[in-house]
Design a binder for this molecule. Structure first.
Ligand SMILES: Cc1cc2nc3c(=O)[nH]c(=O)nc-3n(C[C@H](O)[C@H](O)[C@H](O)COP(=O)(O)OP(=O)(O)OC[C@H]3O[C@@H](n4cnc5c(N)ncnc54)[C@H](O)[C@@H]3O)c2cc1C
Length: 397
């Protein structure tokens, strides 16, 4: 991997400055406050403005088709983070749009893709079900063919962003008697179809997600993605991307670990704690001069840096685990006022570490839990075989 600094051409430097200025005008204090209040991690005004200025199209199209080149893509991603552009629904839209391009009929692509690029159409993930999401292939939501359409019944848990989206990328079961990976069919279901009910759920960190009920929802066959009972082929690619089970590009122009976006909240909290403990009180005393404080801060920062440098699927586990482990340490260093949340008068670090403490459990759940990822690493990367859950055989006496 090449760790050298990337020399920006004059054009790329100009692009960086334009993007930075554009985003700082767009993502106002009002946008950030609203986002915290709704927990949506999406702002329609911001999203539409990005679409109108052509950024969504350039971000989501491949370079060969008018999209950003690798350097600009990297600049753009980093600038979006710097400006705190709400990211959840645009992330799911980008991921699903690639599957629509690959598996959608020409008619479906013509209906959806121009509006995806303009920002008017957003897409969310309908994988998880109330009875369990780790194994997405054990899907119980049924789709039954009826002439040129399908009738869908079931429910999906945690369909984040459904209330801000126009379509859901839905896993359905179309053959309950088949082996589980041969029983699935994917649809891009319009969320304004009769029979769909979206109910909001707030998570402990304040994010909003949804449970979505499907009762006799009729969907035309043109909304099917890929073959009947071949949904696993369609869903595997976005799942691998979400899991970080993809090869890193050799140019190094991407995050080392996936979920860096989430991890930067931890970096922000560590920076704030470091600033606080190095400030002198009126008597000239600094918390950092206490060896225990220096040790705990140093250990937290070292663990954080190590997690940032841990690649792809390993990094995902390292980041979420480190967020869980160091946020209580950072809060301890800052004292009781660190338990006050963001935007509260008197909060020690404007609630940064407290937010990471509430956010970290979720980062280790969505897209797959840490336990499941550890098993995947053991099984597929380290080649340790499938875990055997059967009781051990009794010793012959
Ligand atoms: C904030 C948030 C947003 C989300 N957004 C979306 C979304 O947009 N779309 C979507 O479809 N889903 C979404 N999810 C769902 C998420 O992907 C699932 O919660 C996750 O995959 C775990 O599934 P589950 O909650 O059903 O837990 P289960 O699968 O029921 O697991 C329960 C427990 O058993 C453990 N476990 C399960 N299987 C194994 C195994 N093989 N080995 C070891 N331990 C195991 C798990 O680690 C967990 O502790 C979201 C979840 C959250 C919290």
């Amino acid at each position: 991997m090449d760790f050298s600094r990337v020399e920006l051409s004059d054009d790329d430097q100009r692009f960086l400055e334009e993007s930075r200025a554009f985003l700082s005008d767009l993502v106002t204090e009002d946008v950030l406050r609203r986002d915290r209040e709704t927990g949506d991690n999406f702002d329609e005004g911001v999203h539409l403005a990005l679409g109108a200025a052509g950024y969504l199209e350039r971000e989501w199209r491949p370079e060969s088709d008018g999209g950003f080149n690798r350097v600009r893509r990297r600049i753009w991603e980093l600038e979006k983070r710097r400006a705190h552009v709400p990211w959840v629904t645009s992330g799911t839209t980008a991921m699903i749009a690639r599957s629509v391009e690959k598996f959608g009929s020409p008619e479906l692509k013509a209906e959806v893709m121009p509006k995806v690029y303009s920002g008017h159409v957003r897409l969310c993930l309908g994988y998880t079900e109330p009875e369990g999401g780790s194994d997405v292939a054990t899907c119980k939501t049924r789709a039954v063919r009826d002439g040129d359409s399908w009738v869908i019944n079931g429910s999906k848990m945690f369909t984040t962003g459904a209330h801000n989206c126009q379509y859901v990328f839905l896993i359905t079961n179309t053959d309950p008697d088949a082996p589980k990976h041969k029983s699935l069919t994917m649809f891009l279901v319009p969320l304004d179809s009769p029979g769909i009910e979206i109910q909001g759920i707030r998570t402990i960190d304040g994010d909003r997600t949804n449970i979505v009920y499907y009762s006799d929802v009729r969907v035309d066959d043109k909304y099917r993605l890929g073959g009947v009972n071949d949904g696993w082929t369609v869903v595997r690619e976005p799942l691998n991307a979400e899991h970080g089970a993809v090869e890193a590009a050799v140019d190094g122009l991407q995050d080392v670990a996936i979920m860096m976006h989430q991890a930067l909240f931890m970096a922000d909290a560590a920076d704030k704690a470091a600033a606080k403990v190095t400030q002198a009180d009126p008597n000239g005393r600094r918390l950092i001069d206490d060896g225990a404080v220096a040790y705990r801060l140093g250990r937290s920062v070292a663990r954080m840096e190590a997690s940032f440098s841990t690649p792809n699927i390993f990094g995902r586990v390292a980041l979420a685990q480190t967020m869980r482990d160091i946020s209580p340490d950072l809060m301890d260093l800052l004292g009781t006022a660190s338990s006050l949340p963001l935007g509260t008068d008197g909060a020690a670090d404007d609630g940064a570490a407290e937010y990471v403490f509430r956010f970290a459990p979720l980062v280790g759940i969505y897209g797959g839990t840490l336990e499941v990822f550890r098993n995947m690493i053991a099984q597929y990367v380290l080649g340790l075989g499938k875990p055997a859950y059967a009781a051990p055989a009794k010793k012959a006496s």
